[in-house]
Structures are given as C-alpha cells and as structure tokens.
Write a protein that binds this ligand. Structure first.
Ligand code: AVJ
Length: 335
C-alpha cells in the first residue's frame, strides 16, 4: 500500500500539533457502491464514524446497558497505577481511535511524565476538539493529533519516547480473529524496540447481557446504525428512506461475535447517484461485527502476532479485560 501524504493543517498551536492524513471522501462512495453490489451486502464499519456517528457513539457509551465503557473505566481507575508501572518511563502514548479521549486521561493521570500523547482518529472534527481539550488541560504535555485510518499505511510522526499504543473500548473486536492478529503484528512493527500495547477486550459472557448492550432501550444504537444510511444521503446524494430499514444486533455464541445488520423492512429500490440498488423484503446489510474473547484466547492471539503477553486486568464483575503486551526485544525487525 502507498502511504498517504501528510496535509498541512495550519492549526498547530503551543503544545499541540495536527497531522492530517485524511482519507479522501471518494473512498466512502467507492466502499458503499462496492459493498452494495455484493451478494451479501455490507459496508465497512469504519464509515459509521462521521461527526454525527461519533457523537452517537459517545451517547451509546452513556447508556446503562452498554457495560463495556463502564467496566473498562473501572479497570483503568482501579489499576491505573499498576498499568502506568508496566508502561514505564519516557513513553509516547499513542491512542488508536481516540474519539473523545476520555479514558486516556485516567492513564495520563497515572503516568509520571509521559513523553507525549498521540491521539489517532479518522473523525477529524472530533479529534481536533478532543486533542485541543487535552493540550489545554496539560500544558506540559506534547500532543500530536493524527487524523488517519490507523489500520492503513501512513508515516507515524517521529517524536521522542518509547512508543506505547493504547487501544481501548474493544475496538479490536471489529476485526475477525485473523485480521486482529495481522493488525497487532502491524502495530508491533510500528511500535518497535521498547514498545508496548495496552488493549481493551470485551469478554465472552451471558448472551442476554451482550444482546441488551447492543439493543439499548433508548434506541441510541439503532440511531447509530441508521446514521450510516443518513451519511450516504448527506455525502453521496443517496436516497435511503431511514424508516425502510431496522437495526438488528444479535450475539452468536458459536462465532463469539455480535453481528449488526440493517434489515430492509420491505422490497425497495434505493438511488445512489446514477446507481439503483435493490433490497428484498428482509434482506440484510451487514455493518458491524463485535468479537468477544476469553482472556486466554486473546493472550494466545497476541503471542501469535509476535507480542510478549505480560498481564491482564479485569473489572470486579469480569465483564471486560485490559491486556498488556510488550514488543519482545529479541523479535524486533530491522527496518
Ligand atoms: C467501538 C467497536 C467497540 O463493538 O462495542 C457499539 C461499537 N457498535 N454499539 C462495540 C458499537 C454498536 C463498539 N466498538
């Protein structure tokens, strides 16, 4: 893959620098048209996070049924000092999919003198706002905000400090296990010698509890899913009728994943620019998977990706896990 060039943002100020590797809007159009031409229609879940989608996701995290945020926050509150001790001195904390950068504050508080904070997010306005907030609150901290798709190739800005990635929220669950392993291997290379990675991972558990988390009573998750079609209407001039589709989320214990679809409520044709896409009644458009792991299974996956697995923390109810992985020094590539 060619690396995306960095754009000039002209927004740098004080302890804050912006790096923009923005994927062009065209990629959303191409992904939608390609995904809707498949026998089993699908749109990649990263497109859920435009400005409105990011706000809706923050609202999901405030729903009482959505336990991952509450459980992971409890882990970071209780074990922040221990995690900071594992991170060690002189660390450049790199957050993958930083969103509103709320949880990372618990880690930054616990770290004695971080070498810097580098939030990476695809949602530009959300990223800029959150990075400015952190930089203003912490004048001594060098903040490098990177607008990019963290799963794609781009030149990670070279700044001092050992690279320690923070990947909270069980976003790793959006990948299937093979993709997750490849993704971890990619970041292990990027982190380099002395690097480490802290990964939040949702645990397998009672399906009823999981299903409630992805079907909240207030309908926020449904609105988040449907925003994908609203985004296509806004940005691509598509003509999706939002009342023509229903949010459907279901945990499959055999696959160990929540599958999220938009289900066509009736037979319908949808215009997208000069294309017409047909949906049968009940036809499904796949928009997201959310994989769950037992701690042992995730540790094995991380080792397969070339990390040395170090430790794991749980919340008291054992709903969620946070793993600590290091780049084993004898396995660092020479690039
Ligand atoms: C951001 C991928 C962790 O899978 O729990 C939440 C996304 N989708 N509710 C998850 C999501 C619907 C979330 N992750």
């Amino acid at each position: 893959l060619p690396t995306t060039p960095e754009l000039t943002t002209g927004r740098d100020a004080g302890n804050l620098r912006f790096h923009d590797f923005a994927p062009p809007m065209e990629s959303f159009r191409a992904a939608v048209l390609e995904g809707l031409s498949r026998a089993e229609k699908a749109i990649p879940c990263r497109f859920l996070y435009d400005a409105r989608g990011s706000r809706l996701f923050d609202l999901i995290c405030e729903q009482p049924e959505y336990y991952p945020t509450l459980a992971e926050t409890r882990i970071l509150e209780r074990h922040g000092d221990d995690i900071a001790a594992w991170i060690g001195p002189d660390a450049q904390l790199i957050e993958l999919g930083s969103g509103s950068s709320v949880k990372v504050e618990l880690l930054l508080d616990a770290m004695a003198a971080p070498a810097g904070y580098m939030p990476i997010d695809i949602s530009r306005e959300h990223l800029w706002t959150a990075a400015a907030r952190i930089a203003a609150r912490r004048p001594g901290l060098a903040v490098h905000a990177v607008c990019a798709d963290y799963a794609q190739a781009f030149d990670l800005p070279r700044i001092p400090g050992r690279r320690v990635a923070f990947f909270p929220g069980s976003t790793i669950g959006n990948f299937d296990p093979t993709e997750a392993r490849n993704f971890l291997a990619l970041w292990r290379e990027r982190l380099g010698a002395g690097g480490a990675m802290i990964v939040g991972v949702d645990l397998k558990k009672d399906p009823a509890l999981i299903n409630r988390a992805y079907n909240d009573a207030a309908g926020v998750t449904a609105a988040f899913s449907l925003n994908l079609l609203a985004r296509a209407n806004r940005e691509l001039g598509a003509e999706f009728r939002l009342d023509g589709f229903a949010h459907h989320a279901h945990y499959d214990p055999a696959e160990g994943r929540v599958e999220i679809h938009l289900v066509s409520r009736r037979a319908q044709s949808v215009t997208i620019g000069d294309r017409i896409v047909r949906f049968a009644a009940g036809e499904r458009l796949h928009i997201e998977n959310s994989y769950k792991y037992d701690a042992e299974a995730f540790a094995a996956l991380a080792e397969e990706a070339g990390f040395a697995w170090r430790t794991v923390w749980f919340d008291p109810d054992r709903l969620f896990s946070v793993h600590f992985l290091s780049v084993a020094s004898d396995r660092v590539g020479t690039h």
